[in-house]
Design a protein. Structure first.
Length: 258
């Protein structure tokens, strides 16, 4: 079976599953590259409206495969290529033009936690647990990932997680904002969360996602021109005319992204 699985329950929705359950979905170099490639291919799909990212076998992602990384410890070029593959996978998730929801069960640790932070929402079940363990491994958490953790979970919780490698459970994750929703079934809750997004105006959502992501990373000025261009595109779109018609006719609009 592939390390990264794709399911399309319908044309507008993609479910991407990390599929290394024997390793609690810890990813090695090839799996990171496959995840990057999967998100890049989905970026080009005009019919897509939302993505759910999850893990197989009762685990979201235990992070990087430590054994695979350790094997490259004494080969600096190979180690750098491995690190670059991880960063490229994170970037591909962040760059998604449609909302991405992490459906989290079980461990969401290290690189897995970073993947979840790169999603727009994190829906968890009672088994979910989060940790960022570099302080226990003698490593350093990337600066960009630290910024996201602080912005999403708050400074106090981020410092606690980073300074100690402490693991927090689902209820703590929700209380600090690291997780958005605690539900009996994370996947079912994720499907429910994305349902209204599938019907929303794609250009509007793309602009909002771009601006929210930039605001979270304190770089809103860098996307202002792109958001304005999307605004002009929306003003001239058939979706805008459809929205006005639907409002006047008191019916649900049918948006196409055009």
């Amino acid at each position: 079976m592939p390390d990264i699985l794709l399911e399309r329950p319908e044309q507008r929705l993609a479910i991407v599953t990390l599929n290394r359950p024997a390793r609690r979905n810890a990813l090695h170099g090839e799996a990171w590259q496959a995840l990057r490639d999967m998100f890049r291919s989905l970026h080009a799909d005009d019919a897509l409206r939302a993505i759910i990212l999850t893990g197989a076998g009762g685990a979201f992602c235990a992070g990087d495969d430590i054994a695979a990384f350790a094997a490259l410890r004494d080969d600096p070029p190979a180690r750098q290529a491995y690190f670059d593959a991880i960063m490229a996978a994170y970037a591909a998730v962040s760059a998604s033009r449609v909302p991405v929801v992490a459906a989290v069960a079980g461990p969401c640790i290290g690189g897995g936690c970073t993947l979840a932070l790169r999603c727009d929402f994190r829906v968890v079940d009672a088994t979910a647990r989060f940790a960022v363990p570099p302080a226990k491994l003698g490593l350093v958490y990337p600066a960009a990932s630290t910024q996201l953790l602080v912005a999403i979970a708050g400074s106090a919780m981020a410092r606690r997680m980073l300074y100690t490698g402490a693991m927090i459970g689902a209820e703590q994750a929700v209380s600090c904002g690291l997780a958005d929703t605690l539900a009996p079934d994370a996947m079912a809750a994720a499907r429910l969360l994305v349902e209204p997004m599938l019907d929303a105006a794609p250009i509007s959502v793309a602009a909002a996602k771009l601006a929210c992501g930039a605001a979270l990373e304190a770089r809103i000025a860098s996307v202002a021109a792109e958001v304005m261009a999307l605004s002009h595109r929306a003003d001239a779109s058939e979706d805008y005319r459809e929205g006005v018609r639907a409002f006047a006719e008191k019916r649900k609009p049918v948006f196409t992204g055009r």
